[in-house]
Design a protein around this ligand. Sequence first.
Ligand code: FES
Ligand SMILES: [Fe+2]
Length: 347
Amino acid sequence: MTHVVSDSAVTQAPPAEAFPTYPVSWYLFGDARELRNGPVTKELLGRSIVGFRTATGRLGVMDARCSHLRANLGNGCVIGETIQCPYHHWRYGVTGRCVHIPHVEEVPAFARQRSYPVVERHGLVFFFNGPEPLFPLPFFADAEPAEFVRARPFGLVLDCPWWMVGANACDLQHFLGAHDRKLCGPAHVETPSPYARHASAPFAVVGHSLRDDFTRWFGGNVVTLSIADWCGTLMFVTARFRRTCSYGMLTSLPLGRDRVFVRGIVFVRRSRNAIGRQLIDPIHLRVRRFFIKEFLRPDAELATRGLLYRPESLLACDEEMARYFAWLAKASANAVGAGAGAAWTAG
Ligand code: FES
Ligand SMILES: [Fe+2]
């Protein structure tokens, strides 16, 4: 029996300690409809975080434990433009500043909550894990969010570190084995900002399943897969066929160092007329959601059974992945440095 010994990857992938547990990036808080009946507290990024909507419709996302005696603001209520703590009725505005304490004239400086930049888009609430966004909430390149509608998100908890999720897309070796997609041209990788990495490559659709038969008939034999990865926690994936294009977004939420909750959100271009929006868009979304979810199933099954990060085991054929890890460790280290700045703790 012959053993082929490959060289190690040229780029040295960083040690696991180089990745923060909760990178500074945009995260999905949840569906905006959850906030219709008052504040909601969730355990996210190792903290309790509360979301609420004020009387005029502004959104607030902030630490849920009250700066007075740590009661949970999620058990309080919205009063006008503020959230009121259930315990002693201190009230906080969306910036996190306490604006009212019963029977007290002057609000002390410590009476404030750490608040997060927030954006509502497609009926979803996103927040940035830092005092100021390091980059605006991204979307598919050259696409206008208002021109798209989304499907119901699907989600799964994976037993692997959060930084393994984006690495999957750069793992050119796995596409044939896991997805029946055979690389048929050069891969292009660029880093347009310190926090974003774009990769794209053409693949032949070579599977024999009914799904792939349909894909070839409907879309064509070749697909160009492109992924824009932001800080390893937000990914915008397009699958461009000769006759059509699919849009899928992945958003991950680290649950500590070895588990991550990943949600997939499928988008389609909104129909131009009302009938199309009522009748065609919902069907279109269901079909695309089914195909994209099925495409990702092998990744999900592998990752839910536990994937390890082993930088020392990357070979020359894993070079693109090693480069991805090197970029991501740097991007998330930058992000932490900026996010943990004095403005947040003191402000
Ligand atoms: S614990 Fe919130 S007001 Fe006292
Ligand atoms: Fe994959």
